[in-house]
Design a protein around this ligand. Structure first.
Ligand SMILES: [Zn+2]
Ligand SMILES: [Zn+2]
Length: 192
């Protein structure tokens, strides 16, 4: 006997039911982009669909929006995380936040992108002590730190060439999260 194949129409799904983001996947001072990438991967959501869930009023997913322009309560409800996690992830108070994605390749392999990585005062990853990068190692392009369909379509990968920023895609479903030592390191860098 063959099992029925469940076909889901993403546009018919109610974002308030059924989507998952495991609490153990949410790390301290994780960027909003990191959270959305995990959420997109875990739920196999298309970027253009996810973008439209970040505000209550309609917006063009290909134009997108700045992280500062999301509606915090709407995004917190969507992801099932606290408003505080979302606010931390947008890092609005940081005056030196880059307009381009900055990252640590080793953290990308772990499935972590933190607000600390975006701050230009930091040249090194607080966890791995390696220089932070602002361009793709494969195609050399920078990625605008702007929430749009193209960015969310490529979790932990370059929006231009789609190669992974780390050495491999993070193993989401087996993700144990950062160790205590690493959580302390990013927290110290974020609030220090
Ligand atoms: Zn790192
Ligand atoms: Zn690239």
């Amino acid at each position: 006997m063959s099992l029925p194949i469940l076909i889901l129409d993403q546009h018919a799904l109610n974002p308030r039911v059924g989507y998952i983001l495991h609490r153990r996947w949410v790390q301290p001072y994780e960027s909003l982009v990191g959270l959305l990438w995990k959420f997109a991967r875990a739920n196999r959501l298309a970027g253009h669909f996810l973008i439209k869930q970040l505000r209550s009023n309609p917006l063009d997913p290909y134009v997108g929006l700045r992280p500062a322009d999301i509606e915090v309560p709407v995004v917190a409800r969507l992801l099932g995380v606290t408003q505080r996690s979302v606010r931390e992830g947008t890092d609005m108070a940081a005056l030196d936040a880059s307009r381009f994605l900055r990252y640590c390749p080793s953290c990308m392999s772990l499935g972590y992108h933190g607000v600390v990585h975006q701050r230009e005062r930091h040249e090194q990853c607080p966890i791995h002590r390696v220089p932070l990068l602002a361009t793709c190692r494969h195609c050399g392009e920078a990625s605008a730190y702007h929430l749009d369909a193209q960015l969310l379509e490529a979790p932990f990968r370059c929006r231009h060439c789609r190669q992974t920023y780390g050495s491999h895609l993070p193993p989401l479903l087996r993700c144990k999260g950062l160790s205590r030592e690493r959580r302390v390191a990013v927290t110290r860098a974020a609030i220090g």
